[in-house]
Design a protein around this ligand. Sequence first.
Ligand code: NAD
Length: 418
Amino acid sequence: MTPAELSPAEAVNEFFDEAAELIRLKDEFYEVLKTSYREISVQVPIRMDDGSERVFRGYRVQHNGARGPYKGGVRYHSQADLNEVRALASLMTWKCALMDIPFGGAKGGVMVDPLGMSPREVEAITRRYTLAISYLLGVQRDIPAPDVNTNAQTMAWMMDAYSGRYGYTPAIVTGKPVDLGGAPGREQATGRGVVYVLESAAKRSGMDLGSATVAIQGFGNVGSWAARDLADLDVKVVAVSDVNGGIYRDAGLDVRVLVETVQGGRSVVDLAGTDGIDAISNEELLTCRCDVLIPAALGEVLHNENAGDVQASIVVEAANHPTTPEGDKILNERGIQVIPDVLANGGGVTGSYFEWAMNIQQFRWKEDRFNEELRDVMSRSFDQTAAFAEGRGVPMRRAAFAIGIERVARAARLRGYV
Ligand code: NAD
């Protein structure tokens, strides 16, 4: 982000304002819909392996619960400050409404870089943080899920910490291991949903995905599953990256080898120099030669300084808030189609909804059913957003926010908040 640009929370509210204006949202809704319902900041003190004591800062922001219990991931990252968590909580509100699932929006974060920490230290952080925010959680109140640097194991510790205080409660988190009540398909759901949305976009625009090339920034949960599903469709993935940097191969990368490399605890960068694979930086990946760009790592990576150099014709926002408002304007002006985060990565929370519903019913679906329902939600949400955007002559982000805001405003009115 450059100094001239907005903070994440200001940026999300700018997207809100543009959409709210489009649907002529009444003034009385603005305050309720633009601010968080509740924000909590907690101390997370733990004993490190070397015997020292460290105190981290954790947050949980509940943005809007008009349509149902609060729902949102937990992120461990040194930049996960209150402003970022607030922005991500707001995005969850619009995303859940756009997907038409019965949740409000929330987000959690601990300001910590867990890379290089031992599993015991990360477990200690998770248990402390969970207990510190446990008063705000509940199966019908607020249900966390994994996000950056958290995963199924983190959710298992969260569930165990919560259950130790309140009794066995598998539905308190989603994205759990299947052995603890997780849903087969949830781990893949965000990346898979990204691909479903891309397929819908290609169908609508007449693009031949079979001859397209794709670059993916980030090779964690979301990026790697999107890559695997693209490879299954014989779509060429030419570039990927992780925190250490990126790689590029004109003729396409072997996704199976990438996955094995990362699962073996190495970086994708370790493959550079083999089999015609070039090393590139994360910055170069965003502007490399490709038809589809999928940012699937952190926020604010596309901005006023590099949006003009993007070569892709479609950007599918698998990451949350990867594009700043100024970057977004440049991409729109250049005619690059941006499938916004609240739509593109909505498969994650949709899969979480299935898992939560299964836990409450104490019944497990087969993975085929999970994927079928996921595809239905993703393609319906894409078609609704695309039709709105085309009908009103606006970019898809504005259409997606507009649909979400209308739904939340209706619920808020019906419940008597406004
Ligand atoms: P993850 O921790 O599994 O993976 C993150 C990936 O990004 C890793 O490959 C990491 O090496 C890479 N990375 C980290 N810092 C980077 C940097 N500075 N430059 C480039 N790459 C970097 O996280 P994830 O769950 O895959 O989440 C990725 C994005 O998708 C986030 O924006 C998250 O909010 C969003 N998202 C995740 C889910 C989900 O279900 N996990 C759902 C919706 C949205």
